[in-house]
Design a protein. Structure first.
Length: 127
């Protein structure tokens, strides 16, 4: 299943087009006037609302880890490319890119292919 990626301003990010700005990971402010539980979770039922808050906290932790890993992977990939080119090698190795695309496709289906394309672009830049 494909999902649309949106800018913070709500406009779609199109493949091959750079984002308007770097993504920003923010943590909601603590203290102050809190939103009613229904606005935060979509339900007035207290136990369901509490569970939704717990699940979302874990999702936020996972998102943070994914962002950190994405940035580390991109930096490592850029280092590989710079090292290869400095030694007289090619800008990229297509067989390696195909291997990565296939790994993600097998594990995640069509969305995996799209994810792998984004990962590759983050590391080597657009083709």
């Amino acid at each position: 299943m494909m999902t649309d990626v949106m800018e913070q301003n709500g406009s779609p990010i199109r493949p091959g087009q750079p984002a308007a700005q770097e993504p920003v990971v923010t943590t909601p402010p603590t203290g102050g006037a809190a939103e009613p539980a229904e606005q935060q979770t979509g339900t007035q039922e207290p136990s369901a609302s509490a569970r939704i808050v717990q699940i979302r906290e874990r999702i936020d932790e996972i998102d943070h880890a994914l962002i950190t890993l994405w940035q580390e992977r991109a930096a490592l990939s850029q280092e590989v490319g710079a090292t290869r080119m400095a030694s007289g090698g090619t800008r990229l190795v297509l067989s390696r890119e195909r291997e990565i695309l296939e790994r993600f496709r097998v594990a995640l289906g069509a969305d995996g292919t799209q994810l792998a394309l984004l990962l590759l672009r983050a590391g080597r830049g657009p083709l």
